[in-house]
Design a protein around this ligand. Structure first.
Ligand SMILES: *[C@@H]1O[C@H](CO)[C@@H](O)[C@H](O)[C@H]1NC(C)=O
Ligand SMILES: *[C@@H]1O[C@H](CO)[C@@H](O)[C@H](O)[C@H]1NC(C)=O
Ligand SMILES: *[C@@H]1O[C@H](CO)[C@@H](O)[C@H](O)[C@H]1NC(C)=O
Ligand SMILES: *[C@@H]1O[C@H](CO)[C@@H](O)[C@H](O)[C@H]1NC(C)=O
Length: 440
């Protein structure tokens, strides 16, 4: 009986300890949520420049400030004709969309310093990573009883699970993300696109027969579920067979079989994305997210972003349903006016186009710090780059990075974060991250 009580006590105590660790993890010991005058100024200046930027570059879009320093509405001209109907409600798409600028600034700036590729060290470092998470990245993983047989789960993921991240923040200079919009056939962007350091494409986008419009170069390709299952067809789209394939969803047995038996030599990885809520789910935004996590600058081609679209088409196939083009247009314009991306389209085809009123690097930094405080994010206002880490794991085995092989910007960043790798954690309160540091 005594033993039982003792056991209960120990269990309670360790439960409490776990809770305490959890609370300190999200309570931001060294940061502060105190909003200073400078923070208010930073957000006011961000908002007012943002409105000017949208007016100057948005082809008719206007931004209107909402009830606090963070809210904005993006409004289309009243004569815009919405074409898209919601499948469920049958209602036409709105002409006004509310966005939270603070949320966008804080989250997208975090993406720029995170890794968006799933690795073995991430699953190992995640509390109950194998039992609670790994099976979700395996097709039919719910039959694996929470990876009771870990060997089996490791086996299933092994073809797409590098030990440590294969890419680093700012590893590439200028990157282009190419969407699949039919608009691409209106401008010969091919040569311009081939001039980027890395090019990210999506799903089944062909290159052959379209290269004067979409370019030939292809470094990465982001795949949804359907494309991933047709991996054999997808690898044929790039003649060099060196494209890196990044799968948004899960590993399938069909996919593993193709990789092993065909064999497919292209590197294949699973994406580990941040959560942006309902605002950002499509492959296009995931491709931008991936590019922002490894590139200095990101330019976007082939998204339907000009006014007066008639129907939703791909450059290589007929129109299809299930998109929210006006919402997307407004969201991308917000991203451009936060200096995250640059939009290229038939109506914005001049490669030297200057996006007016884009915030400076310093303005974005102040706005980000203020936003983190407004949103009570983990580590808000702290100068310590590791303050956003709610889980820190020391890696003993990991070999230190050979900084000399990285671009200077990337090596500088590694130095700033002291070699830390930061992973986004889904549904983590305050957007705390999982960080792995090299034990010295
Ligand atoms: C807070 O700062 C102290 C000293 O500056 C440091 O030792 C500690 O690790 C920091 N804690 C967190 C959670 O960042
Ligand atoms: C676990 O999976 C491995 C790999 O498939 C298999 O060889 C082994 O027999 C399994 N173990 C149990 C206890 O089922
Ligand atoms: C390119 O065009 C040729 C000739 O019309 C055709 O055989 C080939 O399948 C096309 N390739 C793609 C990827 O559409
Ligand atoms: C990201 O890293 C850069 C240094 O490369 C740093 O200046 C910036 O503050 C970091 N951003 C966040 C959100 O931690």
């Amino acid at each position: 009986m005594r033993l039982l009580q003792l056991g209960l006590l120990v269990a309670l105590a360790s439960g409490l300890a776990a809770i305490l660790i959890y609370i300190t993890g999200v309570s931001n010991l060294n940061g502060s949520f105190q909003i200073s005058d400078e923070d208010v100024e930073a957000l006011q200046s961000l908002q007012s420049n943002f409105q000017k930027c949208v007016s100057a570059n948005g082809l008719g879009l206007q931004a209107v400030t909402g009830k606090d320093y963070c809210q904005v509405s993006m409004n289309f001209p009243s004569d815009t004709v919405p074409k898209w109907r919601d499948d469920k409600t049958g209602e036409l798409e709105d002409l006004s969309f509310d966005f939270n600028l603070c949320e966008a600034v804080a989250t997208w700036e975090q993406v720029r310093n995170s890794t968006t590729i799933l690795t073995r060290e991430f699953i190992d470092a995640l509390p109950n990573g194998w039992e609670d998470y790994a099976w979700q990245r395996i097709n039919k993983g719910r039959f694996l009883n929470h990876c009771q047989n870990k060997t089996l789960c490791v086996e299933k993921l092994s073809l797409v699970l590098p030990e440590t991240p294969p890419y680093f923040p700012r590893q590439f200079g200028r990157c282009a993300v190419i969407g699949n919009s039919g608009d691409l056939l209106k401008t010969r962007f091919g040569r311009e696109i081939d001039g980027y350091d890395a090019v990210v494409r999506e799903n089944g986008a062909p290159i052959q027969n379209y290269s004067e419009y979409v370019g030939k170069k292809s470094t990465f390709r982001l795949l949804n579920r359907g494309s991933a299952k047709a991996l054999d067809k997808v690898v044929e789209l790039d003649e060099t067979r060196q494209e890196v394939l990044i799968v948004k969803t899960t590993i399938h047995d069909i996919m593993s079989k193709m990789i092993r038996e065909l064999p497919i030599k292209n590197p294949v990885y699973l994406m580990l994305g941040a959560s942006f809520g309902s605002a950002a789910k499509g492959t296009g935004l995931k491709a931008l997210e991936f590019a922002l996590s490894i590139c200095d600058s990101v330019d976007m081609y082939g998204f339907t972003v000009d006014p007066g679209y008639k129907e939703w088409t791909r450059y290589f196939s007929e129109s299809r349903r299930g998109h929210t083009p006006l919402h997307g247009r407004a969201y991308y314009q917000m991203m451009e006016c936060l200096g995250l991306i640059r939009i290229h389209s038939p109506m914005r085809a001049n490669p030297d186009r200057v996006v007016k009123w884009v915030p400076s690097h310093a303005a974005m930094t102040s706005a980000r710090i203020a936003s983190e405080k407004m949103l009570r994010r983990v580590g808000a206002g702290s100068a310590d780059p590791l303050a956003t880490c709610s889980i820190i794991k020391k890696q003993v085995k990991r070999k230190p990075l050979a900084a000399s092989t990285l671009r200077k910007a990337s090596a500088d960043h590694q130095k700033f974060v002291k070699g830390t790798t930061m992973y986004p954690l889904e549904h983590s309160p305050g957007h705390g991250q999982l960080c792995t540091v090299t034990a010295s």
